[in-house]
Structure formats: C-alpha cells, structure tokens
Design a binder for this molecule. Structure first.
Ligand SMILES: Cc1cc2nc3c(=O)[nH]c(=O)nc-3n(C[C@H](O)[C@H](O)[C@H](O)COP(=O)(O)OP(=O)(O)OC[C@H]3O[C@@H](n4cnc5c(N)ncnc54)[C@H](O)[C@@H]3O)c2cc1C
Length: 494
C-alpha cells in the first residue's frame, strides 16, 4: 500500500466530489449529528459538470416511467423554490415549452403531456396560436406544444457553492485541491480508506459523488460492475441584447440520445442555445467545434429563426456522466458495506439533485449509520449582494457602509469591488471562481477589461503575489514567462 508515511485522519462520512450531487448530499447530512467531510479535487466546489450545463430545472415530464431519473426529477423540481429561497440563490420559474412541428411530432408531444399528467406535473397543451401569443419569436412552422409552468432556471455553480456554504455553516467540513488518488476497504476493521496527495482518511461511510470519475472511484474499491460513458454537450451564450427573445426554455421533441437542441433563457439573464449530445472517449474533452456550432445553430433556429450568431459572446462544453445502464445509479455497493454510489447522474441530474440528496441519509442508515437530527440546523444562508439589482437608495447606503461597493470593476455586468471581495471571502480563489460567483468577467468583453484588476484584488485579499493568481488552478497562471520576470523585477525593485 502506497502513502503509509502520510498523515492519517478520520471522518464518519466522506463525500467524494463537490458537484451539485456531493454538495447537496453534504447539506442533507449536515442536518444530523455527524462528522461529514467532502473532498473535491478542483480548487473550488462545482467545477465539474455542474459548472458546464444548461442550468434548467426540468419540468419532470420527460423521463421514462420506472427509471430513477423519473423517480428523482419531478420531486427535485418541486423542491427547488424552497431550497433556493432558503439558500438565497436565484431561481427563475420561467416555464418550459416542448414544441412540435408535424402531426407525428404533435403525437409525441401529447404522449409527454399524458406522462406528465400521470406523474402530477402541471402541464397543459397549447395550440399554435396560443404558443405564438406566448412566444412571438417562435418559428411560424410550429404546430403546437406542451407548457410546464413549474420548470425553471438556476445558476448551477451558484447553487453548489451555496449548498456547500450552508453545509459548512452546519458543521460539515470540506477540502478543495483534494483528489482521491487511491482507495481501499479493510474487511477486518470495516473501515474504508481514501488517499489524497496529502493524507489518508479513514471513513466509516463513503458517498461516491465523483461524477465522470465515479466509476474510477468505484473500481478502486473493487466495484467494477458499472461504467461511465462520457457524452459531450456544446453550448453557446448570447449577449444581453437578445435576452427578451423568448421567456420560457424551448424544447423540440426529444431525439434518441438527448432532449435535443434547446433555446434557453438562463437565470443570469443571457440567452443560450445547445447542447449537442456526442459520445466522447475522453472524460475531460471540453472543446467546442465548428461542426457542433453549426448543429446547435441549425437546431436552435428551427425553433427561433431570428437568433443572430453575431450576438454570441461565449461558448463552452460540458460532459455528461452517462452510465452504461442509461439511468442514474443510486445504490449501496453490494461488495463494500457503507459505500454509497451516486453515479451516472447525467441530465436531469441538476434538477434531481435535491431529491437524490434527500435520500442519502436514509440510504446510509440502511447501511447502519445512526441518524440523530440536530435541533439547531440552520437552513438559511445569507445571500450575496448583487449591487446592480439594488435601488439607488440601497446602493447609496451600501457605499456609505463599505466604499468598495462604489467601485465598478466589471463594466459589462456592473460588478463592484465589494462583490468580488465577498466572493473571495466565500471561497473564490481564481479568476474563473470570481466569474462564476460574482459574474465579473462574464459579460460582453469576457474579462478583457477587468481581469487584471480582479487579479490584483485576489492577490491583495489572499496575500499572494499576483504571479500566483490563476485562471482556474495551477498551470493557468495569468502573469506568465517574460511578463512574470518583468513583474518580479518590478516588484523586487520597488
Ligand atoms: C451540456 C450539459 C447540459 C446539462 N443540462 C442540464 C440541465 O439543464 N438540467 C439538469 O437537470 N441537468 C443538466 N445536465 C446534467 C447535470 O449537469 C449533471 O447531472 C450534474 O451536474 C451532475 O452533478 P455531479 O455532482 O454528479 O457531477 P460533477 O458536477 O461532475 O461533480 C463531481 C465532482 O467530483 C470531483 N471529483 C471527481 N473525481 C474526484 C476524485 N478522485 N477526488 C476528488 N474529487 C473528485 C470533480 O472534480 C467534480 O467536481 C447537463 C449536463 C451537461 C453536460
């Protein structure tokens, strides 16, 4: 066994992976008197598939009967309003439309309507005229559709960060830059061990929420009975000038492998189109392509013909952790007592996350974990100030208390220095972290103007040289090579 010279620590329950599933599980477990530790390999939580998806809280009518996706999606949807209210994060309940173009597609739309009704989803059928009245930018070729008003949108990264923050408020611990590189089970003691670069952690219970790498973690414990088949999705974001083109998320009738190319009003206010659904070999293949772009544009324009590609300001790809079962895997290991797999959580995993997480204490109790509820569990998290959304009087008051809210750093999104400092205090460590949490750098210029200023603020707040500030963790330093030498020279000579 490697790494025996490493420090050994322990925790009752260790969650591997700080995506939406791991952080939601951490919050649920923090309701009980337990020692909970979450390990995340990236510099911040929420940086896996959770940061690179469509952000839709699905309606709950898509999923096939009898699947775990169906079991968890609609209940998850129903939990969102309260969850986001408690955590003070943005949830926009803008509804979901599935539209049909031909009589055959309309027949499929009706089947989804019946499925939704059977499940208790609030769904209604709309005629072509009703649809076009509701969404005048839709293609005139559309024949009708299904409307689910309780679908919505969130900022997934914001939610994962808030879940972790609230779990930590309630006593859960978490470590970032803590990749599990080895794991094993000691049958004699019943303990499970997780090795990171720094330490070995002995755990009584383990929650495998490692997303794309959940099969790799399972295999470390000898569970090789499922595997992850990565499926990439490319997405394209428009600037705010077209934000009002549609109100609801527009779905076509689904294809064989995915829900199709959508037009998505995001919770941040931008319109987005995507995603593709392409099987890939590499779990970390996050590249976008001309071919992907063309397919996305064609698909989105068949729903909303006036979409103008010149208004696109950013693109990204996320990789779905599809399992070889074609469904979520939410189960205790048949081989290692106390090991719970939350794997294969592809779409609609964001929507299902609160419902999956709510099941975690029950599943671990089945494996012997004793649950004693905390009387002082605090479900509420203090919200983040969004300066640009405040009234003039509120802005003045805030600036009087803290003048850093009077300094605009990101001009495109009107983000102040005060908001950036708050993001750092809540855990942001990188330029991307600031972008995801505070939206500084997420606007038209994509950080061209504000990144050097943000790098200086990170440097000042964390007490590190600006040459150590990264875009997204080690290897992505923003002041490099000659500039770095010059900068050091300047600093040393100053
Ligand atoms: C393009 C696209 C669009 C989507 N759109 C939607 C949508 O609109 N609505 C919806 O409901 N769902 C959507 N999904 C699905 C949703 O994004 C996922 O179901 C969800 O994010 C999965 O969360 P997770 O926590 O399981 O995985 P992740 O977010 O990937 O989290 C796993 C975490 O584990 C960490 N990790 C991995 N290995 C280790 C290790 N060895 N040690 C420590 N940490 C480790 C990773 O760094 C990562 O942070 C979409 C997915 C994609 C790709």
């Amino acid at each position: 066994m490697d790494g025996t010279e490493k420090k050994v620590s322990s925790a009752q329950v260790v969650i591997v992976g700080g995506g939406i599933i791991g952080t939601a599980a951490a919050r649920e477990l923090s309701r009980y008197k337990l020692d909970v530790l979450l390990l995340e390999k990236e510099p911040e939580v929420g940086w896996g598939t959770t940061k690179a998806n469509s952000g839709i809280v699905h309606g709950g009518f898509h999923e096939e009967e009898g699947t775990l996706k169906a079991k968890y999606c609609f209940p998850g949807n129903q939990m969102y309003p309260k969850l986001c209210e408690e955590l003070n994060v943005c949830f926009v309940q803008n509804g979901i439309l599935m539209v049909g173009r031909t009589p055959e597609e309309m027949e499929t739309v009706r089947q989804y309507y019946e499925r939704g009704k059977r499940r208790g989803v609030n769904v209604k059928l709309l005629s072509r005229e009703e649809l076009l009245r509701q969404e005048p930018s839709l293609s005139p070729e559309i024949a009708g559709g299904l409307y689910a008003p309780e679908g919505g949108a969130v900022m997934p990264f914001e939610l994962a960060a808030a879940l972790m923050e609230n779990a930590a408020q309630n006593g859960a611990r978490y470590k970032v830059n803590a990749e599990v590189i080895n794991a094993w089970y000691d049958r004699d003691s019943g303990k499970k061990y997780l090795e990171t670069g720094e330490e070995i952690i002995a755990a009584d219970y383990i929650v495998n929420a490692a997303g794309l790498f959940s099969d790799d973690l399972a295999r470390m414990f000898g569970d090789d009975y499922f595997s992850i088949r990565p499926r990439k999705g490319e997405e394209y974001i428009f600037d705010l000038s077209v934000k009002d083109l549609v109100k609801s998320t527009i779905f076509p009738v689904p294809g064989q492998v995915s829900k199709g190319i959508l037009v998505i009003p995001t919770a941040a206010g931008n319109l987005m189109m995507g995603p593709t659904g392409d099987d890939v070999e590499d779990k970390e293949d996050l590249g976008t392509s001309l071919d992907g772009f063309q397919r996305v544009l064609a698909g989105a324009r068949s729903l909303v013909p006036s979409l103008d590609p010149r208004k696109i300001i950013a693109q990204f790809a996320g990789v779905r952790a599809a399992s070889d079962r074609g469904d979520f895997i939410v189960e205790l290991s048949p081989n290692v007592p106390g090991l719970l797999h939350l794997a294969g959580i592809e779409s609609p995993g964001l929507t299902a996350a609160p419902a999956i997480a709510a099941d975690v204490p029950r599943l671990l109790a089945e494996a012997g974990l004793e649950l004693e509820a905390k009387e002082d569990f605090q479900p509420r998290r203090e919200g983040v100030v969004r300066f640009s959304t405040l009234s003039r009087a509120e802005q003045d008051e805030l600036i009087r208390k803290d003048p850093s809210f009077g300094r605009i750093i990101c001009r495109c999104e009107s983000i102040t220095e005060g908001e950036i400092v708050d993001a750092i205090r809540r855990g942001a460590r990188t330029l991307d972290g600031i972008k995801f949490r505070a939206r500084a750098g997420a606007g038209r210029c994509q950080g061209g103007f504000c990144q050097p200023l943000i790098a200086q603020i990170i440097s000042r707040e964390l007490g590190i040289p600006v040459t150590e500030v990264t875009k997204a963790g080690p290897g992505s330093e923003v002041v490099i090579s000659k500039a770095k030498e010059l900068y050091h020279g300047e600093v040393q000579g100053a």
